[in-house]
Write a protein that binds this ligand. Structure first.
Ligand SMILES: Nc1nc2c(c(=O)[nH]1)N[C@H]1C(S)=C(S)[C@@H](COP(=O)(O)OP(=O)(O)OC[C@H]3O[C@@H](n4cnc5c(=O)[nH]c(N)nc54)[C@H](O)[C@@H]3O)O[C@H]1N2
Ligand SMILES: Nc1nc2c(c(=O)[nH]1)N[C@H]1C(S)=C(S)[C@@H](COP(=O)(O)OP(=O)(O)OC[C@H]3O[C@@H](n4cnc5c(=O)[nH]c(N)nc54)[C@H](O)[C@@H]3O)O[C@H]1N2
Ligand code: SF4
Ligand SMILES: [Mo]
Length: 724
């Protein structure tokens, strides 16, 4: 692996006719470094090349990354604001007319004011996402609470990182996704990876993962499917969906039994060991095998390898987090590191693989219903006072905390919420229990959607506001390591589109709240405000500047003053972030998924991703190469199960759960458990697997159970086969 001298930035290098703009991929939390190639005659983006000078990806990119630039000048871009003229066409892309920004913004603010006058301030809601810069995420929280003065703001991270956040906060007292920088990953002796399809979802991590094995280290993977990662693993723990907590407890049981624990570390730096020891006592390999379906020997061997490894990193992802006990799963796997003391030093620790590009930064700056910038809490009066003071609003004007993303849709159905400002998310594909969510959006009195393409959700809007893409604006994101990095504008704002921050400031002004927003003229102003506000808070960015990011190739938070270089490794001083400085080993009783298979719905359905598409698919289903590689969703079924139901590869079938149904073509594949089926969720309308998923929420994180519910396959008559 290269040394620092290779990491020379070549931003804005110009040759006649072409310049390179150093930036980062728009998609996943890896935030791979790349240069956008810009034609200087037309000032348009014409291509991309990976950056070798960014230490995370070292010149590597995945199929989504290398085609991401094709989004920017795509013919499907929305060019001007759209206003719905025909309400009867709600739920379709038709019935809109192009209008000027002035007309659109006047309509939006008049409607907002009218609804608030009739039904109170909280009748408005803001539903956001984190494929946006820190500047935009921060401003969105302020826009909702200060600009629109509503309590109802939440975001798609509820469906993504909320269990990781709740679990890490509970165990370690802080939620910075990774306790180590990514440059540690390949240097460890054992990687224990649970619920991650990294080869498809964080592909540029793979060279580091393989490197561990090349160096003689071990790879252990817990996943109901034999993903590319699992296939190469030394041990594949092929568990039943939704049974992770039993596995985690079982491994901790064995670590204790085999004496692979660090008693001094436990004594000096943790609480909760005795209760946990007692709780896991019954989680013998035999009992765990019964619950999870994993062979006893594999469980025993996995615990032995992790226990004996001098250095080890536990990695987890949505496979364990998107469950109604996702928070417990996170704390359960984190217990492994805490009882062995394999945390708080280089090459050992825990990390969640953050999903969206700014999934880390976006969850720190106050878009969440119960949270304020810097990771401050709304139920802490001191935090509320500090932020109100910094925003310059009277403390009593600070709205109360709201409800989580899925719960907002429930409030729409009962008319508590009558309007939504939606940006950077496509819940008509991504939220669970779609029948309910689509009905909620349809029931709104007035809906605004800010997007650069028409989306399944935008079809429910009354006004669509065209926004710039990631490549047309400056700003920062925080990658899966906790490293704050810079995105740079490579092209002028497309057609009449505007950045999200510009739109929110304009709306705030028209709502009579301009005094709190007018001083913010560009992303840098917003970053400076965010920085100031974060001072002294958990996610402290106060020492981070755009210049320092350039000099250091990114800055890891916390970074508390000008002289601070940032914090790549957390807890080197063994000080965890609970008030007593100790981490919490959690005693977590096992409970099954909210819905278990039965006679009527005998299969376990789990959902996730494929390498070619991103989230709701609204960005990737338009890119010719990606679409060609994976045009439609497929139902993965084990050959034994296919035989049992008489299914052929390629056959169209009906998949049903208690909440809904959809038709899929069968992909017969041995790389899945016979009792489990899998569908990727990147498609909308009738193909959406979220018509079927279970909205059972985790009690702490309010995360829905995307990863486990009961389903059945119904064969379709021959005639339907031909037409489907
Ligand atoms: N190509 C691609 N890459 C992406 C994204 C994308 O949409 N497409 N999205 C990004 C985002 S936002 C996210 S959140 C991440 C998600 O990244 P991942 O979490 O890696 O992706 P998923 O496919 O949702 O699920 C991961 C694995 O969990 C397994 N799994 C299912 N149920 C269980 C279970 O009960 N226990 C365990 N242990 N495993 C289980 C699945 O079989 C799957 O292989 O990816 C990011 N990267
Ligand atoms: N069944 C099932 N469902 C899931 C999951 C699962 O594993 N299984 N995973 C969940 C997870 S982890 C996630 S992260 C969610 C994601 O779900 P969504 O948030 O719905 O996903 P996206 O496709 O990213 O939606 C982003 C939308 O905003 C637009 N957009 C992109 N950038 C910007 C911007 O800067 N500004 C504005 N205004 N718009 C922008 C895009 O065009 C797109 O229409 O899905 C969740 N849903
Ligand atoms: S791994 Fe993630 S950040 Fe890197 S190129 Fe692929 S999608 Fe983009
Ligand atoms: Mo995600």
């Amino acid at each position: 692996m290269p040394t620092d001298k290779f990491f020379k930035q070549i931003a804005n290098k110009v040759h006649p006719g072409e310049k390179l703009v150093s930036t980062h991929c728009s998609y996943c939390g890896m935030q791979c470094g790349m240069n956008l190639r810009v034609d200087t005659h037309s000032n348009t983006i014409i291509g991309v090349e990976p950056r070798y000078d960014f230490p995370v990806n070292l010149g590597k990119m995945c199929p989504k990354g290398v085609t991401a630039y094709q989004q920017v000048n795509h013919p499907d871009r929305i060019k001007r604001p759209l206003v719905r003229r025909d309400p009867s066409l709600k739920g379709t892309p038709d019935g809109f007319a192009e209008v000027s920004w002035e007309e659109a913004l006047t309509l939006v603010t008049n409607k907002f004011k009218e609804l608030q006058a009739r039904y109170g301030k909280d009748t408005l809601s803001v539903y956001s996402g984190v494929s946006m810069t820190n500047e935009k995420c921060y401003l969105t929280g302020k826009f909702a609470r200060v600009g629109l003065q509503t309590r109802y703001v939440d975001y798609n991270g509820r469906f993504c990182m909320s269990s990781a956040a709740a679990g890490l906060n509970r165990s370690l007292g802080i939620d910075r996704g990774s306790t180590v920088p990514w440059t540690d990953i390949h240097q460890t002796d054992c990687l224990f990876i649970a619920g991650s399809n990294a080869a498809e979802c964080h592909p540029t991590s793979m060279f580091r993962i393989w490197e561990v094995q090349k160096r003689g280290g071990y790879l252990i993977v817990a996943d109901p499917r034999e993903t590319p990662l699992a296939r190469r693993a030394d041990i594949h723990l092929d568990l039943r969906p939704g049974t992770d907590l039993a596995l985690a407890n079982g491994i901790v049981h064995l670590l204790i039994k085999n004496g692979h624990i660090d008693e001094e570390f436990i004594r000096n730096h943790t609480n909760g060991f005795e209760e946990t020891k007692e709780l896991v006592a019954s989680f013998t390999p035999e009992y765990v095998s019964e619950i999870t379906g994993i062979a006893v020997e594999k469980i025993v061997r996995a615990a032995e390898i992790y226990g004996k490894a001098p250095e080890a990193i536990v990695l987890f992802c949505r496979g364990i987090e998107q469950q109604s006990k996702g928070t417990d799963n996170v704390s359960g796997y984190t217990n492994m590191a805490l009882v062995t003391g394999k945390i708080g030093r280089p090459k050992s620790g825990v990390a969640t693989l953050t999903g969206q590009g700014n999934g880390q930064g976006g969850r720190e700056h106050g878009q969440k219903a119960d949270q304020l910038p810097g990771y401050r809490k709304m139920d802490n009066p001191e935090h509320v006072r500090e932020v109100a003071c910094l925003w310059g609003i009277p403390e009593e004007e600070m709205p109360q905390k709201g409800v989580s993303a899925y719960e907002m849709f429930q409030l729409m159905l009962d008319k508590t919420i009558r309007s939504m400002y939606l940006l950077c998310s496509n819940p008509a594909v991504s939220a669970p229990n779609q029948n309910h969510v689509r009905a909620a959006m349809k029931s709104l009195d007035f809906m605004v959607c800010a997007d650069f393409y028409m989306s399944e959700s935008a079809e429910y809007a009354d006004v669509i506001l065209p926004v710039t893409t990631w490549a047309e604006d400056d700003g920062t994101t925080t990658n899966l390591e906790g490293r704050v990095i810079r995105h740079r504008q490579a092209q002028e704002w497309y057609a009449e589109s505007k950045p999200d921050w510009w739109i929110q400031i304009e709306i705030a002004k028209r709502m009579g709240r301009g005094q709190y927003f007018e001083h913010l003229k560009n992303p840098r102003d917003i970053f400076d405000e965010l920085r100031r506000l974060s001072k002294g808070a958990t996610a402290d960015y106060s020492g981070i500047t755009y210049e320092k990011i350039d000099q250091q190739n990114g800055v890891f938070w916390p970074c508390t003053d000008d002289g601070d270089q940032g914090t790549p490794h957390l807890f080197l001083d063994k000080k965890f972030k609970h008030p007593d400085g100790k981490a919490k080993i959690c005693a977590l009783p096992y409970r099954p998924p909210a819905e278990e298979p039965d006679d009527e719905y005998p299969l376990r359905l789990t959902t996730g991703r494929v390498v070619y598409h991103y989230l709701s698919g609204n960005q990737t289903r338009r890119i010719p190469f990606l679409k060609a590689m994976y045009p439609d969703p497929l139902l993965e079924v084990h050959p034994e199960t296919a035989k049992k139901y008489g299914l052929e590869h390629g056959e169209l079938v009906l998949l049903q759960t208690r909440r809904g149904e959809a038709k899929y073509r069968v992909k017969v594949i041995a790389a899945i458990r016979p009792d489990t089926v899998f569908v990727a969720y990147h498609w909308g309308k009738d193909e959406s697997i979220n018509l079927l998923t279970n909205p059972a929420l985790d009690p702490y994180s309010r995360m829905p159970e995307f990863k486990a519910c009961a389903a059945k396959i119904v064969k379709l008559p021959k005639e339907e086969q031909l037409h489907g």
